[in-house]
Design a protein around this ligand. Sequence first.
Ligand code: ARG
Length: 257
Amino acid sequence: MKKLSLTLFLMILPLFLLGCKKEDKLVVATAANFAPFEYKEGKEFKGIDIEIAQEIAKQLGKTLEILDIEFDSVVSAINSGNADFGMSGLTINPTRSKVIDFSIPYYNAAQVVIVREEDYNPALEGDTQALIDWIRAKNGIKIGVQSGTTGAFYAMGDESWGFEGFKNAEVKGFVNGGLATNALTNKQIDLVIIDEAPARIFAATNPSTRIINTYLTEEKYGVGVNKNNPILLQQINDILKQMQENGTMEKILQKYF
Ligand code: ARG
């Protein structure tokens, strides 16, 4: 009898430990090819979102595990529960809000255009309509975007996002903005539409390219949370508010800008 209960105990122990382990970790989904928000230096994850996620995990007494996947899969990873939350420069949007919950916003963003140096036109600076007209006037223009992003919806047109799109354009999706910018340099595409902060880094690392300083959109980034976890959503909102109030958020942003 004694032996039986010991065997039973030993059988249950690993399951119990496994259960505990799951409780101790917090999984964040991201696509780490989007500096300054998330990127890799060697094996190390860096960036604004990574640091905020680390702070969230720390405050909740958990170990952060980073699930680095393609951006296109981030929302479904949160929705399916493969990740507890997602931080990926994720724009808050009603279409996405149908499948995941969003925290309070923590960053204001916008889509911008990167062109090759020779196509740069100073008359388009700060004039959104002029920029749109300029793109519309080029028949068969090839636009590069990161698949599944605001930029992709903007270029292709999407009713639920409220974007008309460019019917004169051929839109090419890339796994990340770096590949899109390379394609721009190689003249496979004519321009890239992508979030401003990463665009500045991509343009700076590709000297033959240049940003047009004009905002096509107004967006806010939020933390994505599984819809079945309102407690975590509340905790994340409380932590973000606290970080905004006590200057931690500002400090993290300043480190990367
Ligand atoms: N803000 C854009 C969006 O939500 C692009 C985000 C891309 N993020 C990334 N980690 N690659 O669609």
